[in-house]
Write a protein that binds this ligand. Structure first.
Ligand SMILES: Cc1cc2nc3c(=O)[nH]c(=O)nc-3n(C[C@H](O)[C@H](O)[C@H](O)COP(=O)(O)O)c2cc1C
Ligand code: SF4
Length: 643
């Protein structure tokens, strides 16, 4: 629908827009993303420049460079965070701004203070906040700021903006979102002060804006990122944001960027695939009704939802964060009307969110070049070779794709009647739409890359030897190993998802990892009575990956799935499955079907059988070890880039 409108009238996303005095070439914005690619002291590194240049080259109109800490006292909120706390950092920031601007992309720098979410191990000080409070994420109680300290923070923001201007940036964005200091002051949940900064919760934000404006003058863009809903009881709601936004506008901001949530509710900020797309767009629409300046909408946008938001007048610009990690050329592909070629973000949060929480550098499961743009650049191979890939799952297709892009002549043998391997089962639930999109994308790339795909062709040693490839890549995946449960009549999660085996009105799903949780949810949402059995004391995927999979847990709770942790499934019997709890007590879970969703094992014997079939043989993906999409993609790229 959107695409047809776009063909007739042109994409709204591509139309230029003026923000403050700056003309932006289109309405697509890269949202700020901390990535730990900078140097440990917070200075700009070559890797960081490469990462942003890749996205600027990809046609994005504006890049909001990630959250930087404005002072070297309390503001640092993450390990290895980019800084703007010293004049010594200006030179590096200037290199970055100019590198981005060389592609006609505007460069804004986000200025932040972590408040009570600062990690005390980094600043080596007790975190500070509007009021004394315990952070559930750091486990540390922050202390209340004095008035003198608040004034110093306001000044530090202004000095940081001056540095950004000196570094040649086109503007700054004040980080007033996500439970960091400025959003803490605005939030009734987090600000319990009884002085003027408590009576008027907008005061800190307003003062920061006016001090910045006085410092940088009128010819420099100043934006504000706001949390328009905390999503906690007693927290800030849209009405509060709508009161604050016009006040911030009066103080001199040029645009407002509408995000949401605090750390505890971060799964609304970077929503996972268990939540809807464009999940925050109505908040942007609400703010847009009360301000005259441009409004940026962010939160799980695709180019289609972004286009719709613009057409429906809910926003003036659309920001993409994870979508640009997955595909740096997203904007260019819109301009070329090739949206079917955009590589989709899976919204799993793994590894981008998880690595962020661990203080590790940015990686993306579908784009292994993310965060190491130069080392992983796909360059023509020195010599064109014949490459045979055995197995048309994710790892096999990705290796074939990259090898073909490098100029090799690639053939893929796939035993089944379609490409995809486990991706096919994984994409069945409605909350895995993006996995289906990735599969479709990969299949399309096989065609575009001129790869010789042979379906229904089982690779035998004889066939491989006959084809005589210079390089053999084995990507034969994993399977459920035989065990006492399979022997006694269970079905597997893959069989269920692929519709090969039917499930009765009730089922026990054995294995509480990601596959188990998703299979259980898929079945429960069909109205079946589901018990999920996990041997560990808690569901391993429960609250990991920076909280992104919390979306899954919320949905599991809503679907009334009975969760039995610390229970071992022992035996499948007529009428159910016998489990042993951690106190060695037996329980019979009465169900019609038992679904095994754990125990995928690598097909190592099959891999071994191909060892002598070519002079150069590599094994990649789940046939090395059953893991996730990220690891399979990485394996594929490592091999495809070295052959
Ligand atoms: C790894 C990671 C780092 C982030 N870093 C920042 C940041 O530096 N500043 C900020 O305001 N938001 C940050 N965000 C939030 C994003 O800017 C964005 O609001 C959110 O991911 C939703 O957009 P998306 O669905 O397009 O990813 C981060 C999100 C992720 C996943
Ligand atoms: S790691 Fe996954 S969730 Fe994160 S940006 Fe890449 S595809 Fe999206």
């Amino acid at each position: 629908m959107v695409k047809q409108m776009a063909i007739i009238n042109g994409w709204e996303l591509l139309k230029p827009i003026k923000v403050g005095n700056k003309k932006l070439k289109n309405r697509m914005v890269m949202a700020p993303l901390e990535n730990h690619l900078n140097n440990a002291d917070g200075s700009v590194s070559k890797k960081l420049i490469d990462y942003y240049v890749e996205r600027a080259k990809g046609g994005i109109g504006t890049i909001i460079v990630q959250n930087t800490h404005v002072d070297d006292q309390y503001s640092n909120s993450a390990l290895s965070q980019l800084g703007v706390y010293s004049d010594n950092l200006i030179a590096g920031l200037n290199e970055l701004a100019e590198a981005v601007q060389a592609f006609g992309t505007a460069a804004f720098l986000q200025l932040g203070h972590g408040g009570y979410q600062c990690n005390p191990n980094i600043a080596k000080r007790q975190p500070v906040a509007p009021s004394a409070m315990l952070s559930v994420t750091t486990g540390v109680t922050a202390r209340e700021l004095t008035i003198a300290e608040i004034k110093e923070i306001e000044d530090n923001f202004a000095i940081a903006a001056r540095r950004a201007k000196q570094a040649g940036f086109d503007g700054v964005e004040i980080h007033g979102a996500h439970g960091y200091l400025l959003s803490e002051f605005l939030s009734p949940y987090l600000n319990h002060r009884t002085d003027k900064y408590g009576y008027d919760r907008t005061l800190l934000g307003r003062r920061v804006i006016s001090k910045i404006r006085n410092m940088v003058g009128s010819d420099f863009v100043v934006g504000y990122r706001i949390t328009a809903c905390d999503f906690v009881p007693g927290g800030l709601v849209l009405e509060d944001a709508c009161k604050a936004a016009p006040m911030f506008e009066s103080e001199g901001i040029d645009y407002i960027h509408v995000s949401a949530a605090i750390y505890e509710t971060g799964y609304y900020m970077s929503a996972s695939s268990y939540m809807e797309r464009a999940n925050l767009v109505e908040l942007a629409a609400g703010v847009k009704q009360v301000v005259g300046i441009p409004v940026v909408s962010v939160g799980s946008h695709t180019v289609e939802t972004g286009e719709t938001a613009l057409r429906e007048g809910k926003a003036d610009l659309v920001a993409f964060a994870r979508g640009l990690l997955a595909d740096p050329e997203l904007a260019k592909k819109v301009a070329e009307d090739r949206i079917e070629d955009i590589r989709p973000c899976l919204r799993s949060g793994y590894p981008c969110g998880k690595r962020f929480a661990q203080g590790l550098s940015m990686r993306c499961e579908v784009n292994p070049a993310c965060g190491r743009e130069e080392e992983y650049r796909i360059l023509p191979a020195g010599r064109k070779r014949t490459v045979l890939v055995v197995g048309g799952g994710l790892a096999g297709m990705e290796a074939a794709r990259v090898a073909a892009l490098r100029g090799h002549q690639v053939t893929v043998l796939e035993k089944g009647d379609a490409l995809g391997g486990l991706l096919r089962a994984a994409s069945v639930p409605d909350f895995k739409v993006e996995v289906g999109q990735l599969l479709a994308w990969l299949v399309r790339q096989m065609e575009r890359g001129g790869i010789d795909v042979r379906l229904k062709t089982e690779a035998t040693q004889d066939l491989v030897i006959k084809l005589n490839p210079e390089v053999l890549i084995v990507a034969v995946g994993s399977e459920y190993g035989a065990n006492r449960l399979t022997a006694s009549g269970s079905v597997t999660g893959v069989q269920v998802l692929e519709g090969e085996r039917k499930v009765g009105k009730s089922a026990a799903v054995v294995g509480g990892g990601l596959v188990g949780c998703e299979t259980a949810l898929y079945l429960a949402e069909q109205g079946k009575r589901i018990t999920l059995v996990e041997a560990l004391d808690e569901l391993p995927e429960a609250w990991v990956n920076g909280g992104l999979e919390a979306g899954l847990m919320l949905r599991i709770e809503k679907a009334n799935i009975t969760v039995r942790t610390g229970w071992h499934a022992e035996e499948v019997r007529d009428g159910g499955v016998v489990c042993l709890d951690k106190h060695w007590r037996n329980h019979l879970i009465e169900t019609e079907t038992v679904v095994l969703a754990a125990g995928l094992t690598a097909r190592t014997e099959l891999v071994e059988s191909f060892q002598n079939c070519a002079t150069e043989v590599y094994a990649i993906g789940d046939c090395v070890e059953a893991r996730r999409i990220h690891e399979a993609s990485q394996d594929a790229w490592r091999v495809a880039l070295r052959i």
